[in-house]
Write a protein that binds this ligand. Structure first.
Ligand SMILES: *[C@@H]1O[C@H](CO)[C@@H](O)[C@H](O)[C@H]1NC(C)=O
Length: 462
């Protein structure tokens, strides 16, 4: 309902759109910088156990930033404009921006309820302006959709907060959390921007938000917000995998090239072993591994093919493992096919859970294999991962693949055309325990949830 002059209305709508979009972008950027600062301070996941701390830190920062930008816009530009109209401008804007962004009923709620409220309150507004009564009734009209939006947002946090506890060492959880909180703030604040332009001053709001932010920031940076908890009512576990492993690497001639043993340690979240080291000093960053690109899956006994999600892992030297029924891996046959590939057939006798890793060397490629529909499916890293599990008394595992030898082999890469590695996972019974594992497990704090078992990793080159 523009009062006078369509041209001025359009100009102001464009400017209001600009200010709103700018405030979203600037707010998101500022909160992401804050997230980076939290990560650098080594306080990642401070909200894992204290969920409301993330609202107090990122939510207060996002709200404060938006209020500040709109206050500046109001004071610097809108000095002479009839302020009440501006509320209308933003209402239109919200309707426009919400089109098609969410499932259809969410924008419907966002438009229908405020519109109904405003129509009902039109007379009050005409007579007395944005009085206290008007404001209170307006907020009540927003109450129902807001309760529903908060429920939807709550579900998002209920899903993402625990996932950040097992999303690997590479995704910075602060960035995810700060983005989610900021998006929720932007969404929920759409209708309250209205009030910034109707309010006489936002000084007290800004002061309140700043105090909440400062108090939370101090508590977070002083380490009062510890991420993990062993409380049985709401456990927040630090998930760790420990695999007591013996690794054997063979060369092209079939001789053992190297052999070592240790506890291979994987953290499931971004904080790595940062909070474990104070309890178990041997597990520190001096034993961080680096990925050996010339070995399938970096040369470690991955249970899940997630090496791109968990690039940081640790290898604490330990004595060899000696399972009662060690794996027997043998090449049954190797034949050249008439269509130019090499068909290799293998047989494996081992425990109930094993992983097979295939890494064709540069220039070589798998053309077919005995798994699935015969089309080799590779992992994100270009290597092949096959997980094997069986019940009791199964016959030995036989499989084959055909490999296309490289036309001109890469002299800098590993020798031969393919590296094949088999790893075992002794998950239960006597074979799954060793004295070293027991000794380390005893020292883990109560909020840690270490899963441990015995593995072997044997690599062959052909
Ligand atoms: C770090 O770990 C290594 C190997 O476990 C150990 O020898 C060393 O003493 C540890 N460093 C500290 C400061 O505890």
């Amino acid at each position: 309902m523009p009062g006078n002059g369509g041209g001025r209305y359009v100009r102001e709508l464009a400017f209001a759109t600009g200010v709103a979009v700018l405030s979203w972008v600037v707010t998101l950027l500022s909160v992401l910088i804050l997230a980076l600062l939290v990560s650098l301070l080594g306080r990642s996941m401070f909200w894992y156990n204290h969920f409301y701390a993330s609202i107090c830190l990122y939510g207060a920062a996002a709200t404060g930033k938006m209020v500040l930008i709109h206050t500046l816009a109001k004071n610097l530009y809108y000095g002479g404009v009839r302020l009440v109209e501006l509320g209308d401008l933003y209402l239109t804007l919200v309707w426009l921006t919400q089109q098609g962004l969410c499932s259809a009923y969410v924008p419907m709620l966002m438009v229908a309820f405020p519109l109904a409220t405003r129509l009902l309150l039109a007379r009050e507004f005409k007579n007395r302006g944005a009085s206290l009564k008007y404001s209170v009734l307006y907020l009540l009209g927003l109450g129902l959709p807001y309760v529903h939006f908060m429920f939807l947002i709550w579900v998002v946090f209920e899903i993402f907060t625990p996932i950040m506890g097992r999303s690997g060492t590479e995704i910075p959880p602060e960035v995810v959390m700060a983005t989610l909180v900021t998006l929720a703030t932007i969404f929920l604040s759409s209708f309250f921007l209205h009030f910034i332009y109707l309010a006489r001053s936002t000084k007290w709001i800004l002061a309140g938000l700043a105090s909440v932010f400062v108090v939370t920031f101090l508590m977070m940076s002083c380490g009062f917000l510890f991420p993990y908890s062993a409380s049985p009512e709401s456990p927040r576990p630090k998930r760790v995998f420990l695999q007591h492993t013996t690794r054997t690497f063979h060369n092209l001639q079939g001789q053992v090239e190297s052999r070592d043993s240790g506890l291979w340690i994987n953290s499931f979240d971004y904080t790595g072993i940062q909070h474990i080291t104070p309890h178990i000093p041997d597990i520190n960053d001096s034993i961080r591994t680096s990925c050996r690109e010339d070995r399938p899956f970096c040369g470690y006994p991955w249970f899940l093919p997630v090496k791109f999600l968990s690039k940081k892992n640790w290898y604490l030297p330990a004595p060899e493992v000696s399972p009662s029924s060690p794996v027997e891996f043998s090449l049954l046959s190797r034949e050249e096919t008439s269509w130019g590939t090499v068909k290799m057939t293998f047989s494996v006798k081992g425990p109930s859970h094993m992983s097979l890793y295939l890494m064709p060397h540069r220039g070589a490629g798998l053309s077919t294999w005995s798994f699935g529909d015969g089309t080799p499916q590779f992992d994100l890293s270009g290597e092949y991962f096959v997980f094997y599990s069986r019940g009791l008394d199964a016959p030995s595992w036989t499989f084959w693949f055909e490999i296309q030898p490289p036309r001109d082999p890469d002299p800098s890469g590993p020798e031969g055309m393919i590296s094949v590695a088999i790893s075992t996972h002794y998950f239960f019974g006597q074979d799954s325990r060793t004295a070293q594992l027991e000794e380390v497990l005893r020292r883990f704090p109560s909020w840690a949830f270490p899963s441990s078992w015995v593995s072997t990793y044997d690599m062959y080159r052909y």
